[in-house]
Write a protein that binds this ligand. Structure first.
Ligand code: SF4
Length: 181
């Protein structure tokens, strides 16, 4: 029986009758981008929008990301959704450090990105004070469509990342700024 395969999402490469060739970087990027495993660090109302994004209406499974992880060791996408108090900051950082490379971070909503309306002594004024952030999602709360857009941006980063980027001087310097080894 003939099988029709629609190679819509194949990375750039050479193809012909019965073969397709590309670079290892592109093949690895394709796999990583389509199997991001999110770890929701949801502390307040933005977390509810995250739940809506996982539900059948928005269905993050379409992006290969339905496998939510509550263990940092089995996740590569940290989604911080909600207000982070200063007391909680070291825990957030510990969770980030426990995640294996390569890993990405989405800061979802005004609170995670800047403290939001809580300009108070007890609230961290942005998670990028303790961990590096890849994509910021504005809003209070952001809609699920915005979170999906952020995920797609992370997919783009993962797809185009060089395999040696995580060992590069540039990346190590970025971690060093946060005192992360
Ligand atoms: S940004 Fe708004 S919706 Fe999100 S956690 Fe803060 S107060 Fe709640």
């Amino acid at each position: 029986m003939a099988v029709n395969i629609d190679p819509k999402n194949t990375p750039p490469g050479y193809e012909g009758q019965g073969f397709f060739a590309t670079t290892l970087d592109k093949a690895v990027g394709l796999g990583r981008a389509n199997s991001l495993w999110p770890l929701p660090f949801a502390t307040s109302c933005c977390g509810i929008e995250f739940m809506a994004t996982m539900g059948s209406n928005y269905d993050l499974a379409r992006f290969g990301s339905e496998r939510i992880s509550f263990s940092p060791r089995q996740a590569d996408l940290l989604i911080v959704a909600g207000t982070i108090s200063k007391k909680l900051a070291p825990i957030l950082r510990q969770v980030y450090e426990q995640m294996a490379e390569p890993k990405w971070v989405i800061s979802m909503g005004a609170c995670a990105s800047s403290g939001g309306i809580f300009d108070t002594y007890s609230v961290l004024q942005g998670i990028d004070r303790v961990i590096p952030v890849d994509v910021y999602v504005p809003g209070c709360p952001p809609r699920p469509e915005q979170l999906i857009d952020a995920l797609m941006q992370v997919q783009e980063m993962a797809r185009n990342e060089r395999r040696d980027y995580r060992q590069s001087e540039r990346y190590l310097k970025r971690l060093e700024q946060y005192g992360i080894e």
